[in-house]
Design a protein around this ligand. Sequence first.
Ligand code: DCP
Ligand code: MG
Length: 411
Amino acid sequence: MRTFFLLDIDCFFASVEMALHPELRGKPVCIGGLRTDRGIVSCPNYEARRYGVRTAMPLRSAARILPSDAVFLRGSHRLYGEYSEKVMAILRDFTPDLEQVSVDEAYMDVTGCLHFWGHDPSRMAEAMKERIVRECGLSVSIGVAANRVCAKIAAGVKKPDGLVIVRPGTEREFLAPLPVETIPGVGSKTLPHLHTYGIRTVGDAMAYAERNARPDDRRPPLRPERLRTFSLCRFIASCAVPSDEAIIPHDHVEKSISRDMTFGADTADRERIGATLYYLAERCCKTLREDELTASTVTVRVRFVDFTTVQKQASLPLSSSNEEDIFAAARRLLAQLCVPGQLIRLVGVKVSNLSAVEGSQMDLGVTAAEKFSALHRRLDGLQSRYGYGSIRWGITCGVTERREEGNDTSV
Ligand code: DCP
Ligand code: MG
């Protein structure tokens, strides 16, 4: 079981100003502009929030509701960037497995480091907080849990200066009473839909998912509208499940290559989905070969009818740029992400963990992989000369859509 931390700096921009100018402490402070400027508040401190000021509120509205000793500052993004780097550097002293997700927020997988703290996450979290206060003068909130979603929600529960630990096995208990919109991804579109089904809390969604699960096929399939609700509720319920997904440290993440395809009409046709998966793997592999790269991680992304998106990744035993290897991994991942009969809107393949290929290694033609590699290069040449349709693998013949949303991405 993994242990994740989510750390979020409290009212970040305002906190930096208060750290540098202690005379601001205790007063309402708004960053974003002066009180008569046009524009919005980018960060109110907690004193200003007590008067009802919120992020993105017009400065002039904030000025109207705040007392005259409130301080309005334009702020300095350069300064906040420097503080952000300082905090992230402190966190990296605690664990290398850190993913910075915004200027003041990072996920950490501390599973491998907890033994330094007697397997006590609260000791580790307190030590982090103490160092950040001492060296940067900033207070932070930390959520600890066996998956990222619970850690993120826990970090927000007792802000500012919070530390909330969701003990393994208590995820359901923790999430169930919360409003369903607490779950990231449940927004203004999905919320009214859930409300029409009487689903207001995460617990309601969990109960709905359980009631409508169909372990055997003797019960009639759900109608599309109910299926949408069910998929949503199942996704919400999955937020209580511990995660085994590793955190990929951002500064070690290299370029990745991804290709997505949205189907013309939602489909549950396994053959068609498989053909598309192969086609997308092929597109990724072509780019790998063009750039003289191989990949050792494959990720598959699936978007369902209700726009819920799930993804899963796997490592290859040997890094590769061959369709056979990438597709085999992608097919296994796809099988884990969706059940037969489930309608799919989009499927995507991403290859990452890239490394450069030694030129001669590709040309030996001794092992099966090398032979395939040589074959793929020949096909690449033919296709670039005479078009993709001139010669193609049988499996992709059913692929008619070309509504690719692919691009080479740097994560
Ligand atoms: N920010 C911004 N505009 C927004 C949201 C945020 O400029 N619409 C900036 C200002 C924040 C910083 O990003 O200080 C971090 O955003 P958070 O959402 O973490 O908000 P705060 O750190 O200000 O408050 P909290 O204590 O709720 O984390
Ligand atoms: Mg913050």
